[in-house]
Design a protein around this ligand. Structure first.
Ligand code: SOE
Length: 381
């Protein structure tokens, strides 16, 4: 029987649900050395925390995260609350000797993230950031193909994350669900919220980024704030695009916006190498598009591979070949990988330190956009 791993989750919004589902489902589909036990959920609103606990099968709830962090009943603190809470909770949890998992982005800026890295590393506690798209089986397969050298030298990396949910000028900023529009809470706009995913995947697949040239725009300059009731300036970036040079010599374009009418979460990347190219699209997440120039000329073309077979990453654990899985499974895979690595005495990526590399790119993007020039990405301390 696997040993229990007692989990305390902070935050019961969208991410509280994805993480809770991940902890619940992972041991049902993966053979794990520890069994996650949903000990406590924490949210400021007691009624909400209570009904969330009942719905997801938590043993109890808390309204003060400090109590949860101090609780001897809990081995791992999972941070699924808004970005402005990450730093303080993660540091307190590490100091209390708890393992820490944190929703992306790690901090609101690189300084916050550095402090968080320092805390988990000096306390020597296991840690991970929920950059969940790495665990889409098709994306993991892309990583395997690149690492095996199938693409050869990489020339281009092209990626977007497009949404359209903030176009209305009547949409307020701040508070439940809309804190992503409030710079004090979020840190930045689409750069930290959406491009963070593109950057994490890109660093993982194609290595470090050395310099960037960016532009950002805030299309709606003022919005009513839900907490103050007043019209206030909007200080997040609504759209962000940048050019990048990777250390391996390849060139990249990155773009994210919440103003691409018609697109809800169009996250795509395409990578062009000397021998082969790969393309992926979140809206069709179970497919990997692959072109190999070494194929026989008469039959050469893009293949659309349905990533549902037993020899595809993670898929052996799921249904039968041909039946696909979805978004929520990326969180289940993340829990499974974390617990498997824990059993082996290892870290599962991305660790806080891995996520700091993404924050350094975000920092350079925002700096470049503000100064209207190229910016070097800070090297790891
Ligand atoms: C924003 O709408 C958002 O929910 C991000 O915060 C998530 O990280 C992304 O996966 C989907 O879009």
């Amino acid at each position: 029987m696997a040993k229990p791993l007692n989990i305390g989750v902070i935050g019961c919004g969208f991410m509280g649900r994805t993480h809770s589902n991940g902890f619940l489902q992972a041991p049902k589909f993966f053979d794990l050395p520890y069994r996650p036990v949903l000990k406590k959920i924490c949210a400021r609103n007691a009624d909400r925390a209570k009904s969330f606990a009942a719905n997801w099968g938590y043993e109890g709830f808390e309204t003060d995260w400090r109590k949860l962090v101090a609780s001897p009943e809990v081995d791992l603190i999972d941070i699924a609350s808004p970005n402005d809470t990450h730093r303080e909770i993660a540091i307190a949890a590490a100091q209390a000797g708890k393992m820490v998992m944190c929703e992306k982005p790690l901090g609101r800026n690189a300084e916050e993230s550095e402090a968080m890295v320092k805390a988990v590393e000096s306390a020597r506690v296991r840690n991970m950031v929920w950059y969940n798209y790495r665990r889409v089986p098709a994306v993991t397969l892309a990583k395997q193909l690149i690492d095996a050298g199938r693409l050869g030298r990489i020339f281009h990396y092209r990626t977007v994350f497009l949404q359209d949910w903030t176009i209305s000028a009547d949409l307020p900023q701040g508070g439940e669900g809309l804190w992503r529009l409030d710079a004090d809470v979020a840190g930045s706009g689409v750069t930290g919220d959406l491009l963070a995913h593109n950057i994490d995947t890109a660093l993982w697949l194609n290595g470090p980024i050395e310099e960037v040239s960016a532009m950002t725009e805030t299309f709606i300059k003022a919005r009513k704030h839900n907490l103050t009731g007043k019209e206030q300036p909007v200080r997040i970036d609504d759209a962000s695009a940048f050019l990048a040079r990777f250390r391996n010599g390849s060139l990249a374009t990155f773009e994210a916006t919440r103003y691409a009418r018609g697109h809800k979460a169009l996250y795509t990347f395409e990578i062009n190498g000397e021998n082969a190219s790969i393309a992926w699209d979140l809206h069709d997440l179970h497919r990997l598009e692959y072109f190999d120039h070494r194929d026989e000329g008469r039959l050469r073309g893009w293949r659309s591979v349905h990533i549902t077979d037993g020899d595809h990453p993670y898929m052996k654990q799921w249904w039968v070949p041909g039946l696909q899985i979805g978004y929520e499974h990326t969180f289940i895979h993340q829990v499974a990988d974390f617990i498997t690595a824990l059993g082996e005495g290892k870290d599962a990526a991305p660790t806080f330190r891995d996520a700091l590399a993404t924050d350094y790119v975000i920092e350079a993007v925002l700096k470049s956009a503000a100064n209207r020039n190229w910016a070097k990405v800070r090297e790891e301390a």
